[in-house]
Design a protein around this ligand. Structure first.
Ligand SMILES: C[S@@+](CC[C@H](N)C(=O)[O-])C[C@H]1O[C@@H](n2cnc3c(N)ncnc32)[C@H](O)[C@@H]1O
Length: 491
């Protein structure tokens, strides 16, 4: 879902700077091991063979009916599909037809937590942490929870990399996704320790059962893969039933398939409304596009799948002005005046040109020696324009060499070649997590090769490029079109 809640930290924060050469993750063997045993006791509903639908789905459906959320005329019903559970059309559904509407009283969001018995102790928590704690508590309450029928249909895990074992993670050795995954898990661990100390342990009467990091990681993955965010007035909200909607790579419409709207002219209630973006035949699954802007690494971490479209492959280059640079202050000032800072992250997508600010920033970082005059304050207003074009052969050569060697050392961190990955992909029975791993590492390598190719080609053109001094002489009318110096000749 396009808008599943985002972390208050950028994945880029975990990537090392180009200064230390491109990110080279090492497989963190000593980090915490994830266990695949059930973190909480739930019934798995992910068996595609089950027919009729498992009891838990039937009970969930009956609960929704008895609460008046759905009627016998509902155009969709939950069903077992290849992606786990999904929404199956009960009749032909027109494009843009509303398939379900869920009233606010069935949403789970920070307001639900505030109004619950744990509301008074969750006041200062981050929205996602309070919803996480609420959901874990409701799950542990079992039959005593109002939400039990919903919780019973939640999966034990997805294929998100946060749930992968060490062995599975070793398949993404060298990738940015590995460092992002480890960073996210560390973040979840630290949030868990904080909430355990500040809320769970001091309020034993509200949490009379053990709550572990595994529980917390489970719920984090549930929120990441199912909560909607950036909806009108809602930062993070779980919408039972609507969260059964699966993603289709074939739906590429930019419009969101869902919205929050008023329940009617005379009602102050709100409804979450889900539309089908395409025509769907009876018996087929209603699907939406979760987010066209997410990279495969983001899809893998948030939902546990990747797509084969080339533009989903991305690599984040982290560039940095070193504090030990003798011109650090001037360079930082110039970067900041142009909307950048000491560290800059550039997301590079397979098949797309480099982000426009990347080369000027690289030239700025590499500026030294006789080129440093451009850093003088008289150039301050014009310097970014100068950096947009080659400054000097030495500067241009340096950026080419640094980027190529950084790409090479990043490429050396992967344990397979693109050819080996592509061969593996041909196996239709490849384990889903291995398919994700192979797709990610092949994609990152392709982007790195693309970046390296751009700078290698540039290196070959160094003699043909026009640099600052020649442009300056031309501007002053002192150089000809071919770069030859025009001398003043006395009459
Ligand atoms: C919002 S939930 C959708 C309901 C989910 N299928 C279930 O069984 O509860 C999102 C999760 O569904 C699965 N999913 C959705 N679309 C998928 C796709 N195109 N391929 C593989 N898994 C998908 C992933 O596990 C994802 O994390």
């Amino acid at each position: 879902m396009a808008t599943l809640f985002s972390l208050p930290l950028s994945s880029s924060a975990f990537l090392s700077s180009l200064k230390n050469s491109l990110n080279q993750s090492t497989f963190p063997r000593n980090k915490q091991t994830l266990h695949f045993k059930t973190p909480l006791s739930v019934h798995s509903l992910l068996s595609p063979e089950s027919d009729p639908p498992p009891l838990a789905i039937q009970t969930f459906w009956q609960w929704l009916s008895s609460e008046g959320i759905i009627s016998s005329k509902s155009p969709v019903k939950p069903g077992i599909v290849p992606e786990g559970l999904g929404l199956v059309a009960q009749r032909n559904i027109a494009r843009n037809e509303v398939v379900l509407e869920v009233p606010k009283k069935f949403w789970i969001n920070p307001d639900t937590v505030s109004g619950s018995v744990i509301g008074s102790v969750c006041g200062g928590l981050k929205p996602w942490v309070s919803v996480a704690l609420f959901l874990i508590r409701e799950k542990k309450l079992g039959d005593d929870s109002k939400w039990r029928y919903y919780i019973d249909i939640l999966p034990e895990y997805t294929d998100s990399t946060i749930y992968w074992s060490e062995e599975e993670l070793s398949e993404i050795q060298g990738t940015q996704l590995l460092s992002t995954t480890m960073g996210v898990k560390e973040y979840v661990q630290s949030e868990f320790e904080k909430v355990e100390e500040e809320v769970i342990l001091p309020h034993k009467q509200l949490f009379p059962f053990p709550i572990t990091f595994d529980d917390f990681l489970w719920v984090f993955g549930i929120l990441k893969s199912r909560a909607f965010s950036r909806l009108r007035g809602q930062n993070l909200v779980l919408i039972p039933l609507a969260d059964l909607i699966n993603h289709s790579p074939n739906i590429t419409t930019e419009e969101y398939a869902y919205e929050i709207k008023g329940a009617g002219l005379f009602s102050r209630d709100l409804l979450f409304s889900l539309r089908s973006p395409v025509y769907v035949k009876a018996g087929e699954q209603v699907l939406i596009q979760y987010d066209l802007d997410k990279s495969n690494a983001e899809l893998a971490m948030d939902y546990g799948f990747v797509e084969s479209r080339p533009e989903r492959n991305a690599y984040t280059l982290t560039l940095q002005i070193s504090e030990s640079d003798e011109f650090f202050g001037d360079k930082l000032d110039i970067a900041e005046s142009n909307g950048l800072s000491e560290t800059a992250y550039f997301d590079i997508t397979l098949g797309s040109p480099l982000p426009p600010a990347m080369i000027p920033y690289l030239r700025l970082v590499a500026l030294r020696g006789t080129d440093a005059f451009l850093l003088e304050s008289i150039f301050r207003n014009a310097v970014w324009g100068h950096l947009d074009l080659p400054v000097s052969r030495a500067n241009e050569e340096l950026i080419c060499q640094v980027v190529c060697s950084a790409c090479n050392s990043a490429l050396a961190g992967y344990h397979t070649t693109i050819e080996e990955d592509e061969k593996l992909m041909e196996d239709e029975n490849l384990d889903p997590r291995l398919r994700i791993a192979v797709g990610i590492r092949a994609g990152e390598k392709k982007v790195l090769q693309q970046i390296e190719g751009i700078f290698k080609e540039r290196e070959l053109e160094l003699n043909e490029l026009e640099y600052y001094q020649e442009r300056r002489l031309k501007d002053l009318g002192l150089a000809g079109e071919l770069g030859e110096i025009i001398f003043w000749e006395p009459k």
